[in-house]
Design a protein around this ligand. Structure first.
Ligand code: GDP
Length: 444
């Protein structure tokens, strides 16, 4: 998932900070240089990176030193808080009109995921018992109307289209009557995209805005395009007045710079992020959770939100408790794996679990892919319950038996046990950090 490299580099920079007493300027020099480089390499806007580091420095050297925190804990707390602030502070929710319908206009350059996002939003709203009407106001790209109709059918919501002969402004205007007629409480207008910003497009969007007076004008930007996305967002915001952004394709290997810079540069909040091509892959954007995810402290809250629909929450919470109490066994590891498999891409999910971000990296280093996952499962399944509870009893002859039982080599069993052991250590360490963060920085 995005941010992987940034995440690793930021965590390494923080680890460099070894001061035990007061924080001095000298202590901060190298770690902050590394933080700045990590941000720049993630394609964060130059000024944003500079301000970010300056703020951390100012706060770290400032008066807010707390007695109950060690200097390195303070640094983590400050970086976490500043990262959250950079990402927008608090969650910016979708506006809901006091008097329906709520009108949402989706704008964006071609290929950024605008039409897909219309479908995803409709899916989201429908799950919340809303009844959206999709409006096909992109009349220039013939396939756009069909694409929207297909999405509408998949989600099970009506699509309003007048073909491609009528002007988008007129289509938008008439959609209000249609929504009233169908008793739809939300209107989502899919507007035309272009490869580049051009005046004609902007005028058309301004006309639609003036005609329907939308509650939300959301711009989709593609995370993969980095700083270009930020520039585009800035222009759209100045010309059209955006209410929010949807950063798409964050499931890919985007370096993340767009998400980190776009709020500060444009002043416009990110309201959603696109995490995949499917309809359920749109997530509300929580700055604090994203910051924790980037800092490797996991994002258990988002994971729980996701899990609520798909899996057995009780089991996950139990595992979370066991991690905390250091009772995490191979049994839970297997259970977690089964839950994870139900949820989707390994990388995305692991990144959300406290401590697992690092494991994701470890798995990668060990060449562990989704297929390897099945092999790991086979090995654990060949163990007795006792062995799963207490892996330390797995001696040489047990290893041979497990390997034979699962059709693997003894080395595979050894590697799994070593990885599990490393993971446990890592989890414990990261748990400390997560606990520390969730208690507002007070170490328990
Ligand atoms: P539009 O031209 O802006 O309307 O873009 P589309 O909605 O047609 O999307 C362009 C491509 O991006 C399609 O192949 C989508 O499936 C894909 N896409 C959209 N959002 C995401 C996302 O969040 N993640 C990924 N991986 N692909 C996405």
């Amino acid at each position: 998932m995005a941010f992987e490299s940034l995440s690793e580099r930021l965590q390494n920079a923080i680890k460099m900070f070894r001061g035990t007493k007061e924080i001095t300027e000298e202590d901060l020099k190298e770690p902050l240089r590394q933080v700045r480089m990590a941000l720049l390499e993630a394609d964060v806007n130059f000024k944003v990176a500079k301000n970010f580091v300056a703020k951390i420095k100012e706060r770290a050297l400032g008066a807010e030193i707390q007695q109950n925190l060690s200097p390195s804990q303070q640094i983590i707390k400050i970086v976490d808080e500043e990262l959250t602030a950079l990402l927008g502070g608090t969650q910016a929710k979708l506006t809901v009109a006091d008097k329906p319908p709520t009108i949402i206009m989706l704008v964006g350059l071609q290929g950024t995921g605008k039409t897909t996002t219309v479908g995803k939003l409709a899916y989201n709203l429908k799950k919340k018992k809303k009844s959206p009407l999709l409006v096909a106001a992109d009349v220039y790209r013939p396939a756009a109307i069909t694409q929207l109709q297909v999405l509408g059918e998949q989600v099970g919501v009506p699509v309003f289209s007048l073909g491609n002969e009528i002007s988008p402004v007129e289509i938008a205007r008439q959609s209000l009557d249609k929504a009233a007629h169908l008793a739809c409480d939300t209107i989502i207008i899919d507007t035309a995209g272009r490869l580049h910003i051009d005046e004609k497009l902007m005028e058309e969007l301004q006309d639609i805005k003036a005609t329907v007076n939308p509650h939300e004008i959301l711009l989709t930007v593609d995370a993969m395009t980095g700083q270009d996305a930020v520039t585009v967002a800035d222009t759209f915001n100045k010309d059209l007045g955006l209410t929010g952004l949807v950063v798409t394709k964050l499931d890919g290997d985007a370096r993340g710079g767009a998400v980190l810079s776009v709020r500060e540069v444009t002043g416009c909040p990110v309201k959603f992020v696109g995490m995949g091509e499917k309809l359920d892959a749109l997530e509300p954007f929580y700055p604090d959770r994203m910051a924790s995810r980037i800092l490797g402290m996991g994002d258990i809250l988002s994971l729980i939100d996701k899990i609520k629909d798909t899996t057995d929450l009780a089991k996950v919470l139990e595992a979370e408790k066991k991690i905390k109490k250091d009772e995490f066994t191979l049994e839970q590891f297997l259970e977690q794996m089964q839950q994870i498999k139900k949820l989707g891409s390994l990388d995305t999910i692991l990144g959300m679990i406290p401590g697992m971000g690092g494991i994701s990296q470890k798995l990668k280093e060990a060449n562990v892919d989704e297929k390897e996952f099945a092999r790991v499962e086979a090995i654990i399944r060949s163990m007795t319950p006792k062995e799963r509870q207490k892996p330390e009893i797995i001696n040489g002859s047990r290893r041979k038996r497990i390997a034979a039982g699962s059709g693997m080599k003894v080395q595979d069993v050894n590697r799994l046990l070593k990885n599990f052991d490393d993971s446990k250590k890592l989890m414990k360490k990261m748990q400390g950090m997560a606990k520390f963060a969730s208690k507002g920085g007070k170490m328990l």
